[in-house]
Design a protein around this ligand. Sequence first.
Ligand code: ACM
Length: 499
Amino acid sequence: MLVPAARHVARSAGHFLLTETTRIDAPPAIADLLRELLAQPTGLPLPPGTGGLSFQLDDAGPPAEGYRMSVTPQGVTVRAHTGAGLRWAVQTLRQLLPPEAYAATPVRGVAWALPAVDIVDGPAYPWRGALLDVARWAHPMPFVRRFVDLMAAHKLNVLHLHLTDDQGWRFEVRRYPRLTEVGGVRAQSPAGHSREQRFDGVRHGGWYTQRELRDLVGYAARRGVRIVPEVDLPGHVQAALAAYPELGNDPARRLPVRTAWGISPHVLNPSAATLDVVRHILDELVDVFPSEIVHIGGDECPTDEWRASPAALARVAELGLPGVCDLQRWYAAELATHLARHGRRVAVWDELLEYGAPADAVVFGWRSQERVAAALAAGHDVVACPHTHTYLDYGETGAEVPGEPVAARLGTPLSKVYGYRPPAPGPGRLLGTQAQLWSEYLPTPALVEYRAFPRLAALAELGWTGFGGDFPDFRRRLAGHLLRLDRARVGYRPPDDVQ
Ligand code: ACM
C-alpha cells in the first residue's frame, strides 16, 4: 500500500523480519539514513555487515531516481543507478514496515516484518516540489526540517523556499544586514481574513542565518531533497524597501515592513545601483544554496511607481526599452545573465512570459492551466502549479464551515488535487508539479500540516506516477497511509468521505 504508488509491485509468500542481528551493507550515506530513520522506532542497532539490508549502486540499475527492490525471507536487496534511487528505496522500505516505523520514539512489541515483494520503481517527473512560504511567517527551522522529512517520506525532491516578500525578509545578507534586522520584523499582522481589515497588534519577526540555511541544505540533501531558494523581485519587496529606502522609487519615503496581506504597490527602482545591490544579494544566495536553479520571482509587480517616476522613465529611455513594462524583462534578463556567471539558471513565475522570459528560464505556471500551456508552447521547461489545483493554502471545502481555520480561498478538495492533469507538453518540457503553501493563513506549523496533508500526498503521487491515477484506488491506499502520518504525529485534516 505504497504512497506514492510504485510502478511495479509483485507480492510473494513470506516475510523478512528486522531483528537485533539484521545488518546493513550500503554506502555510508545510505546506511546512515537507514539507521537514522529506523533506529528510533525499532530500537534496533542495525550494525554494518552483510546478511540483511543490501543497498548498492549498480550501473545496470534503473536510471535516474529509480530503484529495484527485492524482499525475500533472507533479506532485502536494492539496486539503483544513483544515490537518489537508493534514498527513495529507503522510504519504500519504511512504508513496507508497520506504520509504527514512523514513530519518533521506540515502539515495543512490534514485529518489524517486511512482506516478500519485488518492486521496480522510479518517478515519471524529475520535479516533485513543495513551496514553503517562510516570508509571511518565519516558520521555525526545526519545523522546516520536519517538513523536509515529510517531503522525503513522499518522495518529493524539491523544497522551494520563498524567502522574501513584502511582509518579511528571512535570508541573512551579510553585506546588507538591515534586510533582516529591519526587513525581518513587522509591527503586526492581519487577524482573520484580510478582507476584515483587522490586525493582531503583535510584532512578528525572524530570519535564518546563512549558517542555518547551509545546515538545512545539507540536512535536505541527505534525504534526497534539494532546496531551490526564491528571492522575489522586482515586486514583493516592501520589506527590503523598509530596510533600504534607496532601492525604491521615492528614496525620501520611509515605508514600514508591510503588515497587510496582498500586493504592495512599492517595487524596486531600475537604477544601476539597485541592480548592483540585487546582484550582491544573489551572490550571497548562491554561496549558501548550491541549487542549479534560483527563483527570482517576477510575479505580481505593479508598474504604477515606474510610470510616475521621472528617474524610472529616464532609465527606460536610456536602456532603449519600448515601455515601463519591459523593465520586468530587463530585470529578469540582467539577473539571468548574472546568475549564469555562477553557473545557475533562473526560475520565474509565469507573468514573465508576457514580457519575455530569459530563454532558458524555468517557468512556473501558476495563474491558470492556460498559462502552463502557454509556457510549454513558448518552449520553456515548465513546472505546472496552477493555483486552482496546487495551492494548498486554499481550503478544502466549497464554502466556509464553522470550526475550519480561515483560508486564503476555498474549493480545493483532495479529489480535485488528485484529479489535476497538466496540458500536453511541447515544444517545452514539463518538469513536473509542485504544491504551494503560501503562509498568510498558515501562521503555525500545525496549520501548515493541517492544510498540507493529505493533499500533499496526492500531489506527490501525481509527480511520481505521472498524473494518471485512479482516485478511489488512491483513497484506499491513503487510509493505510494516514496511519503512518498518525504515528509521525502529523496534524493532517481528515479527508471528507464524500469529495
Ligand atoms: C503567486 O502566487 N503570486 C506566485
